[in-house]
Design a protein around this ligand. Structure first.
Ligand SMILES: [Mg+2]
Length: 180
């Protein structure tokens, strides 16, 4: 099985990127409630968009506790794990991801663009992601899709027709066909 997986807020905690902007302005941090951060003041959004091109910030994020165990378990079972992330291509994303995870392939796509074409090209069987637009598009295309939905992803709470998990470790318990 070819397992495609998103990076930010799926394998690594992305909150520090948002939080940096709130800290900069001496404001109390609030998690984004919309995918485009439209609930944030304009100056906060501007600061965050600037961070997207700041490799010091973007390459200092930490994996969730269960990210390594999940990837290692999937690969141990013979599945291929492919990380597909939308990030500023000018940064050394591959080096950062390679320093965190041992996977079969890493693909960096253009931020703000659909990953659908690359999912088809890479013949992804299962896609795991937190992005509301992407999970809807992938699900509708017929690729098996699993959405990360938890207290950090307030922007996708309205989606309830797509298989959802709270965290990656849930998959090891709830979707046995994936791990067998
Ligand atoms: Mg994400």
């Amino acid at each position: 099985m070819r397992l495609g997986i998103d990076l930010d807020m799926t394998l690594v905690d992305f909150n520090p990127v948002y939080q940096e902007a709130f800290d900069y302005y001496g404001m109390e941090y609030e998690k984004p409630k919309t995918w485009g951060m439209f609930d944030y003041p304009r100056f906060i959004r501007k600061r965050i968009f600037k961070s997207f091109s700041n490799s010091k910030i973007m390459c200092s994020l930490h994996p969730y506790d269960d990210s390594h165990p999940f990837i290692n378990h999937m690969r141990h079972l013979g599945h291929q794990v492919i990380i597909i992330t939308a990030r500023d291509p000018k940064m050394n994303n591959e080096h950062f991801i390679n320093s965190l995870f041992q996977v079969d392939d890493i693909i960096v796509t253009q931020p703000g663009k659909s990953k659908q074409k690359i999912l088809k090209e890479k013949a992804i069987d299962i896609w795991i992601d937190d992005c509301p637009d992407q999970v809807i598009e992938t699900y509708q295309s017929g690729i098996e899709t699993i959405m990360i939905q938890n207290n950090d992803t307030l922007y996708n709470q309205h989606i309830n027709h797509i298989p959802r998990i709270n965290r990656l470790s849930d998959l090891l318990v709830n979707i046995p066909e994936l791990v067998n």
